[in-house]
Design a protein around this ligand. Structure first.
Ligand code: HEM
Ligand code: HEM
Length: 181
């Protein structure tokens, strides 16, 4: 065995769902940044509709992934990893799970508040709150803020940590999330 110590990796389902969510999030940010700015009375164009559709798919997969995660714990930390890194990784993972649920739900609430039809690839979905329900206007700003700033910052940290482990510490942290382990 090489100097990289062998540990068990994630289950194939956990890996598949992890990389699928990355792919869907790339599509989701592309639609978010290219769709027309959403204001009062903006018509739901194809790009906006795609943003809603992919967003709801992400929400559904995040729920599945969370169910998988609570029934299939993460593999034990790499041997010798400092306690602060183990705790930091755990915290980041749970915050990412939280955002994967909260961001699409806030988006769905905001689209409902705006009275926009919410359709997932042709399948009509319910309005979560009444159009212009008082007290819910903030959901759009917080949805965009959490996605553009909080999620992207955390994902940046998460990717930097994975690269640090792969290139500098040279342990198995990245490998155990890659196919074939
Ligand atoms: C994880 C899933 C999602 C991500 C990462 C995401 C990301 C974003 C981002 C980054 C923006 C801001 C675009 C800009 O910079 O101008 C945005 C706006 C918006 N998104 Fe999403 N979105 C997601 C899911 C959804 C869903 C499921 C819906 C509705 C069903 C939705 C509805 C909206 C609406 C209505 C806006 C405009 C908000 C406003 O400016 O008031 N999003 N989204
Ligand atoms: C290029 C992008 C990415 C890379 C290189 C990457 C890498 C990794 C690695 C190496 C692990 C295992 C960490 C460990 O065992 O401690 C992991 C786990 C995890 N990653 Fe990522 N990741 C990426 C993108 C994302 C994105 C976009 C999200 C969600 C927004 C995410 C959420 C998670 C979560 C929640 C875990 C915990 C394991 C689980 O429950 O499935 N990752 N990632």
């Amino acid at each position: 065995m090489s100097e990289r110590r062998g540990t068990t990796g994630y289950t194939s389902i956990a890996k598949f769902l992890h990389w699928l969510i990355l792919l869907l999030l790339i599509i989701q940010f592309i639609t978010a940044w290219t769709m027309p700015h959403i204001g009062r009375n903006t018509p739901v164009s194809t790009l906006i509709s795609l943003h809603f559709s992919f967003g709801v798919v992400i929400l559904a997969i995040a729920v599945l992934r969370l169910l998988w995660r609570v029934t299939h714990p993460e593999p034990a930390p790499e041997p010798g990893m400092p306690q602060w890194q183990v705790a930091g990784a755990k915290l980041t993972h749970w915050l990412l799970y939280g955002l994967l649920l909260v961001i699409p739900i806030l988006g769905w609430i905001n689209a409902s508040w705006r009275g926009m039809p919410i359709v997932m690839f042709g399948l009509p979905l319910p309005q979560l709150i009444a159009t212009r329900a008082p007290g819910w206007q903030w959901t759009g700003d917080i949805h965009s803020f959490l996605a553009n700033y909080v999620m992207l910052t955390l994902v940046g940290l998460h990717v930097a940590a994975a690269l640090y482990h792969e290139l500098i510490v040279r342990d198995d942290v990245l490998r155990r999330m890659l196919p074939g382990r």
